[in-house]
Write a protein that binds this ligand. Structure first.
Ligand SMILES: *Cc1c(COP(=O)(O)O)cnc(C)c1O
Length: 344
């Protein structure tokens, strides 16, 4: 049986053209700053996000951690959304390795309310830890790929900046957000000081993220990347895949969004499944299966037996993610298999 893999947009396989670009990449030792392909990728990404400089990192997790270490002193508090990826899925690196304290603020569809952010910022009191940073996430993973608008981001950034705090954006799926908003990526990133963008999600590269921000920030971040073991040598082999992704896989992102919408509409019709269409804005569909009488992990086992790979994101919810290796036909077949798996 051919599996339809909807676990994540990280499961994409590099196509022939991307592999050829990697094979032919001009390379050098990037720790010496001598890899022309890495430098080109960093320039392209800095331009795309409208920032002065950029740094190629191994993963989104490393990009966020490097950003947090560069922005904050040990012992500082970092304000982030309650279900943010940095808090939820990054192994607690900010605390374990950075000595940083997460301050979780409940968002609505992943969007932080500016007043709640303002209330979470520490005042000037000898007993308090200092607030060091405010983090945003767009699109928001656990909110089902929901998008924050530019004014929503700007409102939070304004609060942070009024208090002298920098703003970091976990933009693992920034290009999806820009596609959904119909805005240039640089405009979506304009409210924030720094942004980390994944090449290995919807953009379809096998490895890598890029951290973008002011020139002096990126110079300091380079040192933290080295500290974390992310100083790669002939990394141009990987950067070439990223350049290929930026030039070939951005314009097709709306296809993934349309496929996710198609999946969501089909899932909604299946008895026992509940779904909030308002959260389906990009390439992620999170749906509640508790009405089937099964737990989400049980449903995921059944789906696998019927040729659909999907992750449970809680006891009640399953996540489907569309990507460039899943077309409309696959989505239609996946819906059929869900019905079979649930005996509908
Ligand atoms: C996937 C993801 C990351 C981390 O990326 P990795 O490359 O898997 O480390 C960070 N933030 C968000 C929102 C993500 O979805």
């Amino acid at each position: 049986m051919r599996y339809i893999d909807l676990r994540s947009d990280t499961v994409t396989q590099p196509c022939e053209g991307m592999r050829r670009a990697m094979y032919e990449a001009e390379v050098g030792d990037d720790v010496y700053g001598e890899d022309p392909s890495v430098r080109r990728l960093e320039e392209l990404m800095a331009a795309a996000t409208g920032k002065e400089a950029a740094l190629f990192v191994t993963s989104g997790t490393q990009g966020n951690l490097v950003a947090l270490l560069t922005h904050c002193q040990r012992g500082a508090e970092v304000i982030l959304e309650a279900e943010s990826h940095i808090f939820y899925y990054e192994v607690g690196g900010m605390s374990a390795l950075g000595g940083l304290i997460p301050v979780r603020v409940q968002g609505e569809y992943g969007v932080l309310p500016p007043a709640a952010v303002k209330a979470a910022i520490r005042g000037d009191n000898i007993h308090y830890p200092a607030t060091g940073l405010v983090c945003l996430e767009n699109t928001h993973n656990r909110a089902g790929g929901a998008v924050a608008t530019i004014p929503q981001m700007q409102a939070v950034a304004d609060v942070a900046h009024e208090h002298g705090l920098p703003v970091h954006l976990d933009g693992a799926r920034l290009f999806n957000a820009a596609a959904a908003l119909g805005e240039p990526v640089a405009r979506v990133a304009s409210p924030v000081d720094t942004v980390s963008v994944c090449l290995s999600k919807g953009l379809g590269a096998p490895v890598g993220s890029v951290l973008c921000g002011p020139r002096d920030f990126i110079a300091r971040a380079r040192k933290y990347r080295k500290m974390l073991g992310g100083g790669l040598r002939q990394a141009g082999i990987l950067a070439a895949a990223g350049i290929y992704a930026l030039t070939h896989n951005v314009e097709r992102l709306p296809e993934d969004h349309a496929n996710a919408c198609y999946l969501a509409e089909g899932l909604q019709e299946i008895p026992g499944i509940q779904l909030d269409m308002r959260s389906v804005q990009t390439n992620i569909v999170i749906f509640d299966v508790s009405g089937t009488g099964l737990t989400a992990p049980e449903v995921s086992v059944r789906l696998l037996a019927h040729g659909v790979k999907a992750n449970a994101t809680s006891d009640r919810t399953i996540r489907f993610v569309t990507h460039l290796n899943v077309n409309r036909e696959d989505c239609s077949l996946a819906l059929q298999r869900v019905k079979e798996a649930l005996g509908r």
